[in-house]
Write a new protein. Structure first.
Length: 334
């Protein structure tokens, strides 16, 4: 009856807001027990009236029946990997690194016949790239990169990741929005998971990336739900029915407004030319050990989308974005 539907809708909205406060803003406004009470009320309502279950219900966060296999999804926009045109070198070889960045920036300036070039920067997360598809503001599909052309349909597992919105909090959501980002496990959650693995007599994971991959590739989404996976959005692949921001920095601000976790602003400045890139690279290299997640380098993207389109792609990698890897972390001297 419509007052039960109204109650279910009110509970979904409230639990969604509390979940966003807790997992994305890290600022809960109610005690866990209060969240739990409302959560159980919604679960009971949905179990008694299955027609009230919706695709954006927070009860999906606990996972459901295991799948026999993953179906394949073909990406309408290929998920390309980044080229990396920088050589490996010693951590302290500043002048060689700077020289390579000057070369890189000069190539872009030549191809665009523009100077100086503004670059959006960000850490290169060491997790799994994921594509999220939202139709009319509701999450309808999630896929892994796979070979870049097609990947695994991991929608049920992705719905258990609290940091990933099940619905966009917009009055008029875009008809279609495809968001790209990284599923990863924070260092501290990785340590906790491995301690639990050892207690259970199970094999510990080698590193957070493997733990995230293993947790996402579970056919039983209830197991995925028990793993503490996180997510950071870093690009928009498709927009229909809304204005697509004209710069990468604008995309990141919009994604944050839509409710997606994005990396903090101090880790994604827009910088100018080779010097700006070099300063950014050194600053993140310095902060690397203290970051809550593992990274294996940084990423530079020409900030203007018009300039990105002008540069296009070479073979399968974009000419407007490139990864710059760090030297392997020194083995811990015990
Ligand atoms: C029993 C219980 C319920 C919920 C949570 C964690 N949590 C809390 C909130 C909250 N406070 O807004 C929102 C979502 C959520 O998942 C824990 C750890 C334990």
């Amino acid at each position: 009856t419509n007052d039960l539907a109204a109650r279910a809708h009110a509970l979904r909205q409230q639990l969604t807001r509390y979940g966003h406060e807790y997992y994305v803003l890290d600022a809960p406004s109610v005690p866990d027990a209060e969240y739990d009470r409302l959560f159980r009320e919604l679960q009971a309502l949905e179990n008694a009236h299955p027609e009230l279950k919706t695709a954006d219900s927070p009860t999906l966060r606990v996972g459901g029946m295991p799948l026999p296999e993953f179906s394949q999804i073909t990406h309408s926009v290929p998920m390309l990997s980044l080229g990396n045109a920088f050589s490996d070198m010693q951590q302290d070889d500043f002048s060689q690194r700077h020289a390579e960045l000057v070369q890189f920036d000069e190539r872009i300036r030549r191809e665009l016949a523009e100077a100086p070039i503004r670059y959006a920067t960000e850490p290169k997360f060491d997790g799994l790239a994921i594509s999220l598809l939202y139709r009319a503001g509701v999450l309808v599909q999630a896929a892994t990169r796979g070979d870049g052309i097609s990947g695994e349909n991991v929608t049920e597992n992705i719905r258990t990741i609290h940091a990933i919105p099940l619905k966009l909090e917009l009055a008029q959501p875009p008809a279609l929005l495809e968001v790209r980002g990284e599923v990863l496990m924070l260092k501290r959650d990785f340590e906790r998971l491995n301690a639990e693995q050892l207690q259970r007599g199970d094999k510990p994971f080698a590193n957070p990336r493997n733990a995230a991959a293993g947790s996402l590739r579970q056919l039983d989404s209830r197991i995925t739900a028990q793993r503490r996976l996180s997510f950071y959005a870093y690009a928009i692949a498709q927009v229909e029915g809304a204005d697509w921001p004209l710069s990468h920095a604008g995309e990141m601000d919009w994604l944050q407004q839509l409710g997606f976790p994005v990396v903090e602003a101090s880790l994604r400045p827009v910088v100018t030319g080779a010097d700006g890139l070099a300063d950014y690279y050194e600053s993140v290299l310095q902060r690397r050990a203290a970051l809550p997640f593992e990274i294996d380098g940084v990423v530079y993207k020409v900030n203007s989308r018009a300039q990105q389109e002008e540069l296009g792609f070479v073979s399968r990698a974009p000419r407007w974005a490139i990864a710059h890897k760090f030297p392997a972390e020194e083995a811990l001297t015990l």
